[in-house]
Design a protein around this ligand. Sequence first.
Ligand SMILES: Cc1cc2nc3c(=O)[nH]c(=O)nc-3n(C[C@H](O)[C@H](O)[C@H](O)COP(=O)(O)OP(=O)(O)OC[C@H]3O[C@@H](n4cnc5c(N)ncnc54)[C@H](O)[C@@H]3O)c2cc1C
Length: 314
Amino acid sequence: MPGPYVVPVHGDAELPDRVDVVVIGGGIIGTSTALELAESGLRVALCEKGGIGHEQSSRNWGWVRISRRDPREVPLMAEALRLWKDMDSRTGRETGYTRAGIVFTCVTDEDYAQHERWNRNLDGYQLDSRMISGREFREMYPGSQLDLKGALYTAADGRAEPQRAAPAVAEAARDRGAHILTECAVRGIETSGGRVSGVVTERGPIGCDAVVLAGGAWSSLFAGNMGIEFPQLKVLNSVIRTKPLEGGPEQAIWHRDFAIRKRRDGGYTIATLKRPSWSCRARRSAVWATARPKRSAPARSCACPKASRPGWKC
Ligand SMILES: Cc1cc2nc3c(=O)[nH]c(=O)nc-3n(C[C@H](O)[C@H](O)[C@H](O)COP(=O)(O)OP(=O)(O)OC[C@H]3O[C@@H](n4cnc5c(N)ncnc54)[C@H](O)[C@@H]3O)c2cc1C
């Protein structure tokens, strides 16, 4: 089944002459940055080379979770969960956020011990996250065929609709005065006296005092063209989407080799979790790739990703 459409955001017709901060990229990171900055009273222009939320931010699984994160991310995710709770009222729009809970299954006693150990990272956060037994799991999902030792159940986790979230946040940033510019690739950054003084976009220059690069998978290319090394791991993954189904789980579930989450339309997004073996070089390079632009690489005249695509206007 095709994915839900990304909620369209119409870009502003006019470019501002000057702002305090230019944000490059209209994914969830760029739009959220623009919202925070606009709310703090700064003049902001968000430049997106395509449409708002048209890249990874509308293609992800839509999980909003703290569970099973790298422990170093836990404080950040606790803050993210706090922010997501009020995102609909803050943006005045529907992001599809719902605190439906997330379940990580335990097939073996070792899995159980591992998840239980991980859950101690949440001690002191007062978040509802606990181990459940295999019997409790079967009671939660009576139709399940999974034979489990138990599961980590984090009721504090949830989900949002990727096709709605970034557009909602962008519109909210615009409500607070941010300029939202689509079809507006940033080609490069200008400096004066050693400081950022503006950006050059495909639609003209914008003066500014600071730039936030939130270009997603393109960030290493953009930074690399300015001689800045920004290592990124690029990940490919496939999902299937079902039609709306009756009686399925509300919680997102992460099992050994698949993960499912309910969508707002009542269907499920199902991802495979099989990853290429790290020892297989050929497959690894085909599926996973690290982008490490070399400092010594000759700078291109244009840092805009459109320049690297034959036939793209830039
Ligand atoms: C398979 C998979 C599943 C995931 N599942 C989840 C999940 O369940 N929950 C979760 O929270 N995260 C998930 N993620 C991670 C999440 O999708 C990303 O962290 C997030 O979308 C990144 O947002 P972004 O704004 O940095 O990037 P993007 O959404 O890619 O946005 C970057 C934007 O910058 C624009 N851009 C780039 N260069 C320029 C330029 N020079 N000028 C103007 N615009 C430019 C691009 O057009 C793009 O729109 C998943 C990731 C993957 C790969």
